[in-house]
Design a binder for this molecule. Structure first.
Ligand code: AHR
Length: 505
């Protein structure tokens, strides 16, 4: 078995890993909202105000920090006033992006805020820039966050909510180059300034406005948005001419094949596995590329970079509505997730928010529902095992050069962090056939006994279903021990593991 030797300096903390790197997208798409998060008050499935209690409990357990809503592309045709007031009086609309189905607006602003409250997540509202107005966006902010008797605050009260909510994360549109209006970068950059301006702070509620931006490596979007901020450098913090937006987002999905034939989520071979992993690993280059553009304008990193949507995107599950983007999630997806999360940790100095697409029943979901049954996917378990990286100080893991590789892909990845008297180390072995021994020299502190957990399976395409919900689940990893300062861990092939150790001094 190959051995890889790494070094971690426990006493040299880096940037804090924002908990918001573990956010989720919850869009009115397929069965994400309806059937997934919300079943209605009359459902036999246990719920509170129509919100599924089993899903809430599962999301709470992985400490979901924020939920981005109502989309995605749906956000760009959503008018928030359709989703308030008595449900029977809410208008029906057509969800033309996702299946041309009728949307009855029974899940609206109050239901979403209740969901966030139950999950313990911050709301991340995406306002409609493409087909909405700056006035509509501004009034939504007033409705949500204003405390006095202003017109929108009074309307909220009339709809049964007295006090204002706290809302910080505020997205200005979605994919403006495509479903968000087919705009060019400079045109959208001006609109982002307009919408950012009229989305006001009310009382002591301060919005953190996120401009929507590019897909993948369309760096010209990030450039145009940085220019639009007109940062004046110098001084402790750069000054903005006008407080328009505080962060810039981009999206990137891992799509293994051409768009019309992306490949099956469950029926794939080793070649497709490596190809998918190579695509997933590209996120490192993309984040570095966007960060480089931002550094040129903002070397002090005061403007946040947001990865508003990420995850694996395969062909929809045969027999399901193709517009609903329902796909199974296997051990391969778990490794797509651990690869991304490692890259997020390594870039925590610039990357402030990331949202996997999506939370339930759509694309690389952490949860699948089948009627009353709830299934935790392998990706869910990666989020659970990595939970304690949230808000921890990152620790650099120094790898040998060259690192283990197969078919031109680096197959070993590791990140670490320190929080609350513990060190958490994440380890990914992407090799489809071979195990790996990892020796980590943990310098700068004395550490106690390791608790190690591993996620792997009998096959790359192993997955969980309502009939077999625990086919892939975390298990204790016996083969982790510390001798002096050296932690030795033996990883199986295609496996993700975490090791937690107490800091003794
Ligand atoms: O997550 C599915 C869709 O992917 C979103 O609606 C859109 O923003 C992206 O293209």
């Amino acid at each position: 078995m190959e051995t890889v030797r790494c070094v971690i300096d426990i006493d040299l903390p880096g940037a804090q890993i924002s908990r918001h790197l573990y956010g989720h997208l919850t869009e009115h798409l397929g069965r994400c909202i309806y059937g997934g998060l919300y079943v209605g008050e009359d459902s036999d499935i246990p719920n509170e105000g129509g919100i599924r209690l089993d899903v809430v409990e599962a999301l709470r357990a992985i400490a979901v920090p924020n939920l981005r809503w109502p989309g995605g592309c749906f956000a760009e045709e959503y008018h928030w006033r359709d989703g308030i007031g008595p449900r029977e009086r809410r208008p029906r609309i057509v969800n033309s992006y996702w299946g041309d189905v009728v949307e009855d607006n029974s899940f609206g602003t109050h239901e979403f805020m209740a969901l966030c409250d139950m999950v313990g997540a911050e709301p991340y509202i995406a306002v409609n820039v493409g087909s909405g107005s700056a006035r509509e966006a501004g009034e939504w902010a007033e409705y949500l966050t204003r405390g006095d008797d202003s017109p929108m605050a009074a309307l909220r009260r009339a709809n049964g909510r007295d006090g204002p909510w706290r809302v910080r994360l505020w997205g200005l549109g979605n994919e403006p180059w495509g479903c968000g209006g087919g705009m060019r970068p400079e045109a959208y950059a001006d609109l982002a300034r307009v919408f950012g301006t009229y989305s006001r702070d009310h009382g002591d509620n301060q919005l953190y406005r996120v401009a929507a931006g590019s897909t993948a490596d369309s760096y010209e979007w990030t450039e145009a948005l940085m220019k639009a901020l007109e940062l004046r450098l110098g001084g402790a913090r750069p000054e903005r001419l006008w407080p328009t937006f505080q962060a810039i987002s981009f999206h990137h999905y891992t799509v293994p094949g051409p768009w019309e034939n992306k490949g099956s989520a469950t029926d794939f071979g080793v070649d497709e596995y490596y190809w998918t992993m190579a695509k997933a690993a590209r996120i490192e280059e993309l984040i570095a590329g966007h960060a480089r553009v931002m550094d040129a304008y903002d070397p002090k990193k005061t403007v946040g970079l947001v990865l508003g949507e990420w995850g694996a995107w395969f062909d929809p599950e045969p027999g399901t509505n193709p517009a609903f983007l329902f796909q199974q999630s296997t051990m391969r997806d778990a490794l797509v997730a651990s690869t991304h999360l490692d890259v997020f940790h390594r870039n925590a100095d610039r990357l402030v928010i990331a949202n996997i697409g999506q939370a339930v029943n759509v694309l690389q979901a952490v949860l699948l529902t089948d009627g009353a049954a709830l299934v935790r996917t392998p990706t869910y378990h990666v989020f659970a095992m990595n939970k304690d990286h949230q808000d921890a100080d990152s620790l650099a893991v120094r790898l040998p050069d060259p690192a283990p590789a197969r078919r031109g892909l680096t197959t070993f990845s590791s990140t670490a962090s320190r929080k609350d008297g513990h060190v958490l180390i994440s380890l990914t072995n992407l090799d489809a056939a071979n195990g790996l021994t990892v020796e980590l020299d943990l310098r700068g502190a004395r550490l106690g006994d390791p608790t190690a957990t591993v996620l792997t399976a009998g096959a790359l395409n192993a997955h969980n279903t309502a009939q077999n919900p625990d086919a892939v689940r975390p298990a204790p990893l016996g083969e982790a021990r510390i001798e002096g300062s050296v932690l030795r861990v033996r990883l199986p092939p295609y496996a993700f593991a975490t090791v937690k150790l107490p800091v003794l001094e």
